[in-house]
Ligand binder design. Structure first.
Ligand code: GCO
Ligand code: MN
Ligand code: MN
Length: 387
């Protein structure tokens, strides 16, 4: 049965190969369920109405295996994509699992580790291009420190920028249709990560050789771990045309990275986020980087995946209802929400400054006005609760 809460490929929902099939291993315990084969994973995605899949090089092709085996694994994946109609929507490099990356990848103090990391990435950029993935993500899991004395952070940022500039050069040289997206995270697995938040990453991008080729892949859990508003971060990324991709999941504030089902925790934040994405015309993948509860088993892992998409669609519907509600429009008028879209003084000129200075303001009247934010916010809550 198809209804507004049943996903279709048009919704552009995507999942990473490492997500739904995650076997439940954590730092304190081993796997709690068998892994899902790539072929079953893609079939499962097609069955639940998902559209895209993303991968790390090592999810797809066995690390260190002979080239012939890696080729066969890649070809099998391509065949499954063809059979299921699932699109390869994003690719990334695993630069965190192997012990060689324990001091970092692009920012390791060891030059050979850095060169190896760049070569590993170049090889997988070729795979991404072959699969037609339009976005290549950089999550710097190991790019950071425990001991601040162990790295000169300005050198580390130079090396990070050098690597990204190199990849931009490579993609331009090859003529690939590929953009890069940095995924900030404040900590975990390192104590402090370079480019810890959306803001740090956006400022860094402006220093690169081809800033237009590099944007962001922000993640709900990562800004929330840092106690920041993901909604505000995404809004600024959109404002700066830097939202190239998005990792949706959920997270309790102040915890380890939980990777919870989208919409399972911060329902009000998620409502505002979905409203923002839907209104902004963001047309990239809605990519879930989350995993089923560790005690889930069998079809339960697909309940998790269906839940991520269902909640997104439900919140999108709630957001439309919210914006069509005349009481909301009225409350927004009281709060002067629409007035914020009007310019304040216009461009600077001697005339505009004079006009401004000649104007008389009544500070007491300005202080005495009301904004009605309690009533407006209650309408948000009422809409979410469906009352
Ligand atoms: C994490 C990250 C990763 C990345 C992935 C793709 O906290 O572990 O979110 O899951 O998103 O490596 O770059
Ligand atoms: Mn994460
Ligand atoms: Mn992520």
């Amino acid at each position: 049965m198809s209804d507004a809460l049943t996903p279709t490929p048009d919704n552009k929902f995507a999942f990473g190969l490492w997500t739904i099939g995650h076997p439940g291993r954590d730092p304190f315990g081993d796997s709690t369920r068998p892994p899902v084969s790539t072929a079953d994973f893609l079939r499962g995605l097609a069955d639940i109405g998902a559209w895209g899949v993303s991968f790390h090089d090592d999810d797809l092709m066995t690390f260190g295996a002979p080239e012939s085996q890696r080729r066969a694994e890649l070809d099998a994946f391509k065949k499954s994509l063809d059979e299921t109609g699932i699109v390869c929507s994003m690719a990334t490099t695993n630069l965190f699992w192997h012990p060689l990356f324990k001091d970092g990848a692009f920012t390791s103090n060891d030059r050979n580790v850095r060169r190896y990391a760049i070569a590993k990435t170049i090889r997988n950029i070729d795979v991404a291009a072959e699969l037609g993935a339009p976005t290549y993500v950089f999550w710097g899991g190991r790019e950071g420190v425990e001991s601040a004395a162990s790295k000169e952070p300005r050198d580390a940022l130079d090396r990070y920028a050098e690597a990204l500039n190199f990849f931009c050069g490579y993609v331009k040289d090859k003529g690939y249709n590929l953009r890069f997206a940095i995924e900030p995270k404040p900590n975990e697995p390192r104590a402090d990560t370079f480019l810890p938040t959306i803001g740090h990453a956006m400022a860094f991008i402006q220093t690169l050789e081809y800033p237009e080729m590099v944007g962001l892949n922000p993640e709900v859990a990562h800004e929330t771990m840092a106690g920041l508003s993901f909604y505000q971060g995404v809004a600024q990324a959109l404002w700066q045309d830097k939202l190239f991709h998005i990792d949706l999941n959920d997270q309790k504030i102040g915890r380890f990275d939980q990777d919870l089902r989208f919409g399972s925790e911060g329902i009000k934040d998620d409502f505002m986020l979905v409203r923002l994405l839907e209104q902004s015309g963001y047309s990239g993948p809605k990519h879930f980087d989350a995993r089923p509860y560790r005690n889930e088993w069998g079809d339960g892992i697909w309940d998790f995946a269906r839940g991520c998409m269902r909640t997104y669609l439900a919140l999108a519907q709630k957001a439309r209802e919210f914006d069509q509600d005349p009481r909301v429009k009225e409350a927004m008028e009281i709060a002067s929400v629409f007035e914020l879209a009007e310019s304040s003084v216009g461009p600077y000129s001697t005339e505009t400054v004079q006009r401004l200075l000649d104007e008389s303001f009544d500070p007491d009247a300005l202080a005495a006005r009301t904004y009605g934010n309690e009533a407006l916010d209650q309408l948000v809550i009422d809409r979410i609760l469906g009352i």
